[in-house]
Design a protein around this ligand. Structure first.
Ligand SMILES: Nc1ncnc2c1ncn2[C@@H]1O[C@H](COP(=O)(O)OP(=O)(O)OP(=O)(O)O)[C@@H](O)[C@H]1O
Length: 234
């Protein structure tokens, strides 16, 4: 793969927590690329390093050694403030806990990243995103007035609204029932197919992984296999 096809890349990425008896090698020299315009799932047993890998390539945590790039920007060489700006401008996040602001309504939550960055809302694109997540009639509702599935769709819309280079989703369906999970995964899939979004999703759930174009398996901090998914949208 050429570098230009990789939205995100890691080379010899290593993360060590603690020292002495408490020393844990969470990532052990990981080489991986996440391609543009694809949904990649990261799977593996509990403790295999999935979240650590995501955090280190998304600039939420610092690797101990090795390199990570978002596009052609090397994260591992950035100062803290440059890393914060890169996260804000080029990366969208969806977490298991929806992390919405309780006092803001759905529309205000969705457009918050643009407000924080001092950018205008592209109304035409916002319409596309809001219709895709099916939230048109819920825009004035606060998170407490929405179901879990609706809250997670708000979080997804918020991640997409600034057209980031990549959306990282960490167990996005972990708190959802199977119906809401299917809706959410269908939406993430459509964001890839229809909007050309790049998505990297950490998941335990084989059903969630079946929506991916490619599945990367981790064990003990190493990539043990990579496979192309057969369906990409189950
Ligand atoms: N802040 C930390 N301090 C010490 N050890 C940590 C820390 N964060 C993670 N670890 C350890 O690093 C290893 C990888 O953890 P990580 O959370 O990346 O795994 P995971 O595959 O995402 O697990 P899960 O599926 O259970 O969320 C584990 O052994 C974990 O205990």
């Amino acid at each position: 793969m050429t570098i230009s096809n990789a939205a995100v890349r890691a080379a010899s990425l290593t993360k060590v927590y603690g020292e002495g008896d408490a020393r844990v090698v969470a990532l052990d020299g990981v080489d991986v690329s996440f391609r543009r315009g694809e949904l990649t799932a990261i799977m593996g047993p509990s403790g295999s390093g999935k979240s650590t890998l995501m955090h280190c390539v998304a600039g939420l945590d610092r690797a101990t050694s090795g390199q990570a790039w978002v596009g052609d920007v090397e994260l591992t060489g950035l100062a803290d403030d440059a890393l914060t700006m890169l996260r804000r401008d080029r990366i969208g996040f969806v977490f298991q806990a929806f992390n919405l602001l309780p006092t803001l309504n759905a529309w205000e939550n969705i457009t918050l990243p643009l407000d924080l960055a001092g950018k205008r809302v592209d109304r035409a694109f916002a319409d596309v995103v809001i219709d895709a997540v099916g939230l048109r009639d819920r825009l004035g509702h606060r998170p407490s007035q929405l179901s879990g599935g609706q809250q997670q769709r708000v979080a997804c819309a918020r991640a997409l609204i600034s057209k980031p280079d990549v959306v990282f989703a960490d167990e996005p369906t972990g708190a959802l029932d199977s119906h809401s999970s299917a809706e959410l995964l269908g939406f993430l899939r459509r964001s890839v197919v229809e909007l050309g979004q790049t998505v990297v999703m950490v998941t335990h759930d084989p059903t969630a992984a079946s929506y991916a174009d490619r599945v990367v398996h981790l064990a003990d901090g190493r990539i043990v296999s990579e496979q192309l998914a057969t369906v990409g949208g189950a």
